[in-house]
Design a protein around this ligand. Structure first.
Ligand SMILES: Nc1nc2c(ncn2[C@@H]2O[C@H](COP(=O)(O)OP(=O)(O)OP(=O)(O)O)[C@@H](O)[C@H]2O)c(=O)[nH]1
Length: 297
């Protein structure tokens, strides 16, 4: 409703400028004989007036009402006013007493130029702000895509990005993969829903136990991949040992059960150097984890 009111007000502004220009010419001028009318000038000046009107229509149809639209319309209406007077003086001649009409004809066009310049500057600012907003939205969608909905940890793709950036920056790091033992049996016995809850607890525990610089991501299923920058092999092994110990001590309870469930985990560690192929490294670590489980079984 308010939008329609504003648009109609702007349309009235355009019709008003046209009416004032025509009214002034009719009141002050006297029709020229057709023989002295320069049709070339009429075509040139007429096209400026027609295009001003077309631009106003296009602006009203395509832009939402607002400060920029209003300023643009004011600027274009000034052009329209001057162009209409300019066109009409091809058909009407004015007495010397109406010399002021010349001023009335040229000043709005100059004023319109200033207003249009301000409008174009604000439009540019508007586009920049819009660009920033779209970029932020794109970033948040992208970030959202990188997060695992069950554990709220970053997915493996994010881990790869960070591991690559470690390699590019020449930061030494160790990679660790932690796997929950017999998780499929856990799922079968307590249900997938409880399995999800357990995975969430493990994720929180891992985050709590690593250093602030470390990254914990969900690799797949019951497997978690860690990026441990600036750490020695004994320190990385000690950290993984502590993590396994903590997982083993989780007293998980399902439903109203008072009896706690305990799960164990296993882990493998490897150095990430600048020339390490991430895919081969992950394949190797996954293989080692599978072999470790076969050896236990
Ligand atoms: N609850 C739950 N289970 C999942 C999810 N993703 C994968 N799983 C289950 O995790 C189990 C992983 O099975 P396996 O890779 O054989 O692992 P495991 O049973 O722990 O066997 P080992 O690792 O060899 O001890 C499968 O039963 C999957 O169905 C998930 O998001 N939620």
């Amino acid at each position: 409703m308010f939008l329609a009111y504003r648009v109609s007000r702007l349309i009235w502004l355009s019709l008003g400028s046209l009416a004032v220009a025509v009214g002034l010419s009719l009141l002050q001028g006297e029709a020229k004989p057709t023989a002295i009318i320069s049709w070339l000038d009429v075509t040139g000046e007429g096209s400026v007036a027609v295009f001003s009107l077309l631009w106003i229509t296009a602006l009203l149809a395509s832009r939402p009402p607002g400060r920029v639209t209003t300023l643009m319309l004011i600027g274009l209406n000034c052009f329209l006013f001057s162009a209409t007077l300019d066109l009409l003086d091809e058909f009407y001649q004015y007495p010397i007493s109406a010399d002021w009409l010349g001023m009335v004809e040229s000043i709005p066009a100059a004023f319109g130029m200033v207003v249009m310049s301000v409008a174009l500057y604000l439009w540019h600012q508007e586009q920049l702000a819009l660009g920033r907003q779209l970029q932020r939205r794109e970033m948040s969608v992208r970030q959202h895509d990188l997060i695992d909905p069950i554990t709220q940890l970053y997915r493996a793709e994010y881990w790869r990005e960070q591991a690559k950036s470690c390699q590019v920056s020449g930061i030494d790091a160790f990679v660790a993969v932690v796997d929950i033992n017999h998780f499929s049996q856990f799922n079968q016995r307590y249900g997938h829903h409880e399995g999800d809850r357990f995975l969430r607890e493990i994720a929180q525990l891992l985050i709590m136990h690593v250093r602030a610089v470390d990254l914990v991501c969900r690799y797949a299923g019951d497997r978690f991949v860690l990026l441990l920058p600036q750490i020695s092999l004994p320190e990385a092994n000690e950290l993984c040992f502590q993590l396994r110990l903590s997982i083993h001590h989780i007293a998980f309870r399902t439903g109203r059960q008072t009896t706690a469930i305990f799960q164990s985990a296993r882990s493998v560690t490897a150095l990430l150097s600048a020339d390490t192929c991430l895919d081969s490294l992950l394949q190797r670590l996954n293989r080692q984890l599978d072999e470790a489980q076969r050896d236990v079984a």
